[in-house]
Design a protein around this ligand. Structure first.
Ligand code: 4AD
Ligand code: MG
Length: 388
């Protein structure tokens, strides 16, 4: 809150303390609080008393001048106090609440899945740690496989927790610890899955527009592109995406996964998020369902955010045929024993089911219009950053 002191209206001691204030000192103020449209935040206090609670030495590291990003990240515990960082934190909190509200309103059960796992989920790097006499444990890359077991029991579930990827990539869209929302729905096929994604993403964007207008303005976010986000999102078949990319000079072949630059070329064509669907089996994880119309491909989708942001969701219908799944596990050279329980889900009453994972930080980065994921989480974990 902005406070105003008038020399003639306060005691000499108060004026002296005021004159000696340094940046980030904690104070207790007494005075009249008024609505003041010209003040940041819309209210102001006319101070009559000022007491110093916690002094702050003159060497407070963050000063109103340009600091390099490494310096700011080294001082992340203090950087969090700046208006821009507070705005991002508020948007994040609002989006997290919106996520819970969205699923609660639709009868989903929230299920918390383990962080320490023996089974593995995705292809990227694993963080490994010793686990008593059980050998190695791995930090979860996804809650999905456990989510599938829970969906068999409960129908519609979602997980929302931290996930870990030991990726040696220093890009603007990778963290080694990030938060993922993973719904899993019994009897949903791939189309139902995409409809849920459209509705979900639109809901989150709307919520930010409605309730975070002030924060988005602090971030100087041009919100006009966000107002265009509404279902249905265009769907681009993987094969057509490859054709399109080749026509635009990208060197890419059928079978490759799309890189960040490929995604940027695609999203430039659209004013709203776009699905790229049915990737080749080799480009994707083992658990995705074979596409009956073209068995070289799987029933999956990546949702790419506009304005250059690219993939925010990976989703798929799951392989529900026991033997096909086992063949895939073997072909990928995955440890079969770690997946026995996962195969049981296909052995005892298999069922059509689908789900997806939305990366929270990538979504916030897009909604806030940021250039890097590192500001979307209070204490980012990246390849070269474990402190503070
Ligand atoms: O596409 P991914 O790897 O999919 C899964 O993990 C599935 N098990 C999800 C599911 O079907 N339940 O990751 C999903 C999303 C990505 O689209 C991206 O938004 C985010 O998680 N993500 C990351 N975010 C930040 N840093 C990283 N290193 C990320 N890796 C993935
Ligand atoms: Mg993905």
């Amino acid at each position: 809150m902005q406070g105003v002191l008038v020399k003639t209206q306060v005691s000499a001691e108060v004026w002296e303390r005021f004159a000696a204030l340094t940046i980030e000192t904690s104070v207790a103020l007494t005075g009249e609080v008024r609505i003041e449209p010209r003040s940041p935040g819309g209210i102001e206090i006319s101070v009559t008393e000022l007491e110093i609670i916690g002094a702050s030495p003159l060497d407070y590291p963050i000063q109103p001048k340009e600091h390099g990003i490494d310096f700011l990240l080294d001082h992340r515990h203090l950087w969090l106090r700046s208006p821009r960082q507070r705005a991002i934190a508020r948007v994040r909190s609002e989006i997290e609440q919106a996520i819970h509200d969205f699923f609660y309103a639709r009868g989903f059960v929230r299920v918390d899945t383990p962080i320490l796992t023996a089974a593995i989920g995705e292809r990227s790097g694993l963080f490994e740690t010793e686990y008593f006499d059980e050998g190695s444990a791995y930090l979860a890359q996804t809650g999905q496989l456990y989510g599938e077991a829970a969906a068999a029991a409960l129908g519609r579930i979602y997980t929302f927790g931290p996930t870990f990827r030991a990726e040696k990539s220093k890009t603007r869209r990778h963290l080694s610890e990030f938060w993922m929302i993973e719904p899993e729905v019994a009897w949903n096929d791939s189309d139902d899955n995409m409809r849920l994604q459209e509705e979900f993403v639109t809901n989150l964007v709307q919520r930010a527009l409605e309730r975070c207008a002030r924060e988005l303005s602090v971030l100087e976010r041009d919100t006009s592109p966000l107002t265009l986000v509404s279902p249905p999102f265009p769907r681009l078949d993987y094969g057509d995406a490859i054709q399109f990319l080749k026509q635009h000079g990208r060197s890419i072949a059928w079978g490759d996964d799309l890189g960040a630059e490929d995604e940027a070329v695609i999203v430039a064509e659209y004013d709203r998020p776009v699905f790229v669907v049915n990737y080749p089996r080799e480009a994707k994880a083992f658990y995705m369902k074979e596409n009956p119309a073209d068995p070289r491909t799987v029933l999956c989708d990546d949702l790419l955010a506009p304005e250059g942001y690219g993939e925010i969701i990976g989703g798929s219908q799951r392989e529900d045929d026991h033997d096909k799944l086992l063949t895939r596990i073997r072909a990928e050279g995955l440890p079969e024993t770690a997946y026995d329980w996962y195969l049981d889900l296909r052995k005892y009453g298999t069922f059509v089911h689908s789900g997806f994972g939305l990366g929270l930080e990538r979504t916030i980065s897009w909604i806030c219009g940021l250039g890097h994921l590192r500001e979307t989480i209070a204490f980012p974990r990246m390849m070269n950053r474990l402190r503070p």
